[in-house]
Write a protein that binds this ligand. Sequence first.
Ligand SMILES: *Cc1c(COP(=O)(O)O)cnc(C)c1O
Length: 366
Amino acid sequence: MVVGPTKPERSVLEQLSLPAPPLTDPDFIAEFGHCLARLRELVGSSSARVVISPGSGTIGMESVVASLLRPGVPVVVAATGIWGERWRKICLRQRVPVKTPLVATGQAPDLTRLEEELADENCQALLVTHVDSSTGVRLDLAALAALAHKHGALLLVDGISALGAETVEFDAWDVDCYLAGASKALGASPGLALYSLSERAVDKLNDRGWQPFSFALDLAPWLPVMAATERGEFAFFQSPASNLVMALSEAMRLALAEGRQARVSRHETLRELLHAGLAKLGIRPLVSAAAQRANGVTVCLLPGGVDEQELLIAAAEQGVVLQAGTLPELAGRTFRIGHMGSVNAVAIGRTLTAIELALDSCRPGR
Ligand SMILES: *Cc1c(COP(=O)(O)O)cnc(C)c1O
């Protein structure tokens, strides 16, 4: 029960075991085209420009910053956990000045505070994390997009641990860049970054007055390649990770066969089931506002006197792998449960039983 990589379905694994197809193979190009169309559908868009490139989530974040942000012009990062902090570090490394309004741990940022920061200077973008897997906070992207656009800024979103478990309405919410990952709630394997870009973002890519620091991480050369791929034609910037693309395409086919809404509802129902069970065990999620709780990851506050490592070891002995907390300010005081991807009610039940037994074995005085 980890945040990722999650367990791929068998048909996804089968794709990984096949020889990598030649890049010019018409069948591969056609499947890559399906994969791109599936990404657009999954983010709730009819017109987003989509790119799927090799790399970890972090490489995706660095690509977004390198491609879309002009060095020297400030951005606002609304950090709701360690991944917001990563946005900040990546921007600073690329000489993009960052303003970081203080956000209370386990909460969404205060919109009034954000607006002050955005209005204050000529900010080029607002960077956020749809679901921060270090806190389990989920953000309302529609409100954030409206706020960013009111001040002439782009909304750039890290949706790496959200897509596949959360509602995403790229068009309706008017997001400018939505970055997703393959190995979290989508249930494919790690190694691909998935980008959806608005017309605003594409205009910026096509008409930049600066040169990105990186050649390989620049998204601009991918745009014509992806467009050609969707037309069934071969085009080249760098070799795609072809096995990973085939596996991702299959994972996305399964996600769409389940149904966009049905998949989100499944995650939501299971999250409620998990949280009800945790409450019975006296365990509270870090996020107190129900509307801000992510569907696919829960950061739990450790009950008093329970040691984090002891609990994780005891749960693993029951056959359930949980994860340590990752937030430095709450070191040793939380643990994390991933409930995304192919998760079901049986897995939630087993997890609750394992936590109950683990608590029994490691509570002081027992
Ligand atoms: C996992 C994750 C990342 C980083 O992905 P890597 O592939 O490990 O670089 C970034 N943001 C969020 C929200 C994540 O959950």
